[in-house]
Design a protein around this ligand. Structure first.
Ligand SMILES: *Cc1c(COP(=O)(O)O)cnc(C)c1O
Length: 447
């Protein structure tokens, strides 16, 4: 591992040595603006040169505590030594061959791990692709084929990707579909469970969802209900207890498949391998992506064997799908779930970080709620004493944190949710620094 150990030169500390962004980042940003489409946004224009564990280091030498993980991808930590070792070893042997031409073992091994960990009952099978959106597209394609029905139910506040089909499935028209022509057909957006705002029990919220689907679509035309167990981009919304019991029962009774889009919530993020396990979801299919391969692009659709085998040879696949290096990286992540007690680390983050956020809520009336599971935590920011979103304050807190070496991301339909998606390598000391910076940011804003 001599050649990759240089990543460990990124000390696990926050360090700001220039303005943010620094001069080298500013120069790079000018170059970028000439050649990269404006359609590609950027949360914080500091150009990253190296990263390790929970720390990003930019080209100017500034070090940021990473509470975004490239949107929940580097759950296991940036440049994890074992992931790198596996990926480098694989790169020296085989970088591409394509399962649909000549297969290789690592693809099969990832599918074996998915069969072991995915919360789908009975014999299960998988297919691998490259991105979360591609996994969602394929899950829907398979659900339609298996059921012979066209309808796809999604939930309010949902997010599923940026391809034409998945963009239609997102709640937000801006920035995902507005101005981009015809939406995909047969997508129905049903009410979700959002306890802070609807005040409903899980059962009441589920009945509302079911009523909408029965009246607007009718069960006989529905292939699936696809939902994120903890809604990600929509604001880290955890449904009320019992929501999935009632909704899942209705789905089973009506031959409607339940697809858990665990692209963001899956693979250790919430303190279990999949969030479905904690929320009483019994999915027929699951999509996995972001955190599965420790920073390499890989995604999967996993489902009951009978459903996955409704598609004849040649109907599924893709040229880059299940790349051997990405598969080797994913195998390392799966191995470490047990060998390195990754689930305990995610639970530690929930306890220490979540506990600290709850203390902040006592001090700052703009924090309406602290919620989330494991290392998927959020605070919703509103005008004190109301549920009116305060996007401006959220933006100010993110800006203050960036200037002070903490990378934060927002979420929510109204951009008023601060979401925390740190790596499980985030130490208790770094958590306490993040909390201090947050406290200062709210003080600074008088909130
Ligand atoms: C990010 C995300 C996607 C899309 O994944 P990409 O890899 O960006 O295509 C789909 N579903 C959920 C829940 C996500 O968080």
């Amino acid at each position: 591992m001599s050649e990759s150990t240089n990543t460990q030169s990124v000390s696990q500390e926050r360090k700001i040595v220039t303005e943010v962004p620094g001069p080298k980042s500013v120069a790079l940003h000018e170059r970028r603006n000439k050649v990269v489409s404006t359609g590609i946004g950027t949360a914080l224009p500091v150009y990253i040169e190296e990263a390790h564990g929970a720390i990003l280091r930019d080209v100017d030498g500034n070090q940021f505590i990473d509470c975004g993980s490239g949107i929940g991808v580097t759950t296991i930590g940036h440049t994890d030594e074992k992931v790198l070792e596996a990926a480098i070893a694989q790169a020296q042997k085989l970088t591409h061959s394509l399962i649909t031409v000549t297969p290789y073992e690592s693809y099969v091994k990832v599918a074996e791990y998915l069969a072991k960990y995915t919360p789908v009952e009975g014999p299960v099978k998988s297919m691998l692709v490259n991105s979360g959106a591609e996994a969602v597209e394929n899950a829907i394609k398979i659900a339609r084929r298996y059921t012979g029905r066209p309808g796809v139910a999604v939930l309010e506040c949902g997010y599923h990707g940026r391809t034409m089909l998945t963009a239609t499935m997102n709640h937000k028209a801006v920035p995902y579909t507005a101005g981009f022509g015809s939406r995909a057909s047969d997508i129905y957006r049903a009410p979700n469970s959002y306890p802070l705002h609807d005040g409903l029990t899980g059962e009441e919220a589920a009945k509302r969802t079911i009523k909408f689907l029965e009246k607007t679509v009718s069960a006989g035309d529905l292939a699936c209900v696809i939902a994120e167990p903890v809604q990600g981009e929509g604001g880290f919304i955890v449904p009320a207890d019992g929501y999935w019991e009632t909704l899942g029962k209705w789905c089973r009774e009506n031959g409607v498949l339940v697809i858990a889009d665990e692209v963001q919530s899956g693979i250790v993020r919430t303190g279990t391998v999949y969030a479905s396990e904690q929320l009483g979801i019994k999915p027929d299919m699951v999509t996995t992506a972001k955190g599965i391969a420790g920073g390499f692009p890989l995604s999967a659709v996993t489902g009951r064997a009978e459903i996955m085998d409704s598609c004849p040879p040649g109907t599924l696949g893709g040229t880059f799908a299940g790349n051997p290096i990405a598969c080797a990286a994913a195998i390392s992540v799966f191995e470490q779930i047990e060998s390195d007690n990754l689930l305990d680390e995610a639970k530690r983050i929930e306890k220490v970080f979540g506990g600290g956020l709850r203390e902040l809520k006592e001090k700052h009336p703009a924090i309406a709620e602290v919620r989330g599971l494991g290392a998927m935590l959020a605070i919703e920011i509103t005008k004190p004493g109301s549920l009116e979103p305060d996007a401006e304050l959220t933006k100010a807190v993110i800006g203050y944190a960036a200037q002070n070496g903490v990378l934060l991301l927002n979420a929510g339909l109204y951009d008023n949710v601060l979401r925390f998606l740190p790596s499980i390598k985030l130490t208790d000391e770094l958590i306490s620094e993040v909390l201090t910076v947050l406290d200062e940011a709210f003080n600074e804003a008088g909130a």
